[in-house]
Design a protein around this ligand. Structure first.
Ligand code: AMP
Length: 421
């Protein structure tokens, strides 16, 4: 089989790596890919939102199956275009991807289908928003309606901060059109969890749960980021919580969506009243994918082909009992402006460490060397019999790799370890 993977981050490297393990795969292409992906796939210089270019590439190169990593091409209708041209692709249509691409659409959907979520107000004008912030107790959560690459959610501690956010999002348009409408919602207390499912429009298969670390610094301090690390272990959700997620959140969603196909990722808050849905993403999370796929025992190609051919129910998807953890190595200034182009060393030595994979996120290959190319640089991902063992291995390799300005959180998985005591 010839497979095209759209995207260029750690998530896509983990996907390419899982596909490369399959004896059914003859060739992998990645558009545009990165320095790590290039070891297992041919890199295609097409951007993820060049939908016409991608479909033409699939046609010329007789690609059998395409998998889409990021949300932007999904929200722009890559799945619709590929299907129109008769090419197999895994992901939701643009219509179904609105569960991620419009927070207003999503919250209305949760409400009309009785899915537990934070109480909210929809605000279509600044006047409505200034009015709404008077009706909630603080802190409140302000969310831009559209896709904002992780910058569209602000937790406002008081009315001043709330008003400033409304001014920036709606009036100054700091996020462009994405902030022209808002959701203002109740702040929920609890621990967060990421719950993914594979869906083929008819059936679904749950994946193992994961927990992400969004804040930049240890002890969840500092600004929000794209993700500083993640872990996956069977104790993240109790069986009661897992049942509640499946019965109150996932099943009603897929029933109401009708034909959702691809990966659906529920961002959950585990509140004292039970799991509540913060948001949906219409694709795999990053860095959750890195830990989830390292626990997948079944051939990923079988799962993806099962989705594309609407026969997921016939596939027995198996997961390893082991735990997995990933530590994201970033450039020190991240999530601020970073200086790229720093040479990375230690990658070859890291390949020799058992049960550890170093997935590339922001890297570039040049003249036989790998250089940093972005804020999140590498994801050191490890498996272990226990979470403690997985973390120990990941941190061991995180120390081996060097580049100027390297930084990482030292407390990934700490909450998971505490829960097991
Ligand atoms: P979202 O993009 O909706 O997942 O929001 C990004 C992050 O903001 C989440 O991962 C949470 O940490 C936080 N967040 C969003 N909504 C809420 C809420 N209602 N209560 C508390 N925290 C929230």
């Amino acid at each position: 089989m010839k497979i095209l993977v759209v995207g260029s981050g750690g998530r896509e490297h983990a996907i390419v790596d899982a596909l490369a393990q399959s004896s059914k795969v003859r060739k992998i292409y990645a558009a545009p890919g990165n320095a790590g992906i290039r070891e297992q796939a041919e890199l295609i210089p097409l951007q993820v939102d060049d939908l016409e270019g991608l479909v033409q590439f699939a046609n010329t190169n007789r690609v059998d199956l395409t998998f889409v990593g990021p949300e932007v091409p999904l929200s722009k209708g890559i799945v619709d275009i590929f299907r129109k041209h008769g090419f197999a692709i895994v992901g939701p249509t643009a219509d179904n991807a609105r569960l991620e691409s419009s927070k207003i659409f999503a919250k209305q959907f949760f409400k009309s289908n009785g899915i537990p979520t934070a109480a909210f107000s929809e605000c279509r004008t600044p006047a409505e928003a200034y009015d709404a912030i008077r009706r909630f107790n603080y802190p409140i959560v302000i969310k831009a309606d559209g896709l904002a690459a992780g910058k569209g959610v602000v937790i406002a501690e008081d009315a001043n901060q709330a008003a400033t956010t409304i001014q920036q999002f709606m009036e100054s348009r700091s996020l462009g059109e994405a902030g022209s409408k808002l959701i203002i919602e109740e702040f929920l207390q609890g621990e967060e969890a990421s719950f993914h499912v594979f869906a083929d429009g008819l059936d679904f298969v749950p994946m193992v749960a994961a927990q992400d670390h969004k804040r930049r610094f240890d002890a969840d301090a500092g600004p929000n980021t794209g993700g500083m690390g993640a872990y996956s272990v069977d104790t993240i959700l109790s069986s009661q919580q897992q049942d509640a997620v499946l019965n109150q959140i996932i099943k009603p969603t897929l029933k109401a969506a009708g034909s959702y196909s691809g990966v659906l990722y529920a961002g959950l808050m585990l509140t004292p009243e039970g799991p509540k849905l913060l948001e949906y993403n219409a694709r795999f999370g990053d860095p959750e994918t890195q830990v989830i796929l390292s626990r997948l025992e079944t051939d990923l190609v079988d799962v993806l082909a099962g989705i594309a051919e609407h026969r997921l129910a016939s596939i027995s998807v198996k997961w390893r009992k082991e735990a997995a953890a990933t530590v994201v190595l970033v450039a020190r200034e991240y999530p601020g402006k970073v200086e790229s182009g720093k040479r990375i060393s230690g990658l070859e030595e890291a390949k020799r460490i058992k049960d550890v994979k170093v997935y590339h996120a922001g890297t570039r290959w040049h003249d036989g060397h790998v250089y940093t190319a972005g804020g999140r640089v590498l994801n050191v991902t490890a498996r272990g019999a226990t979470l403690a063992e997985a973390l120990e291995r990941a941190y061991f390799v995180a120390q081996m790799i060097e580049f100027e300005g390297k930084d990482y959180r030292k407390d990934i998985g700490k909450k998971g370890l505490a829960k097991q005591k």
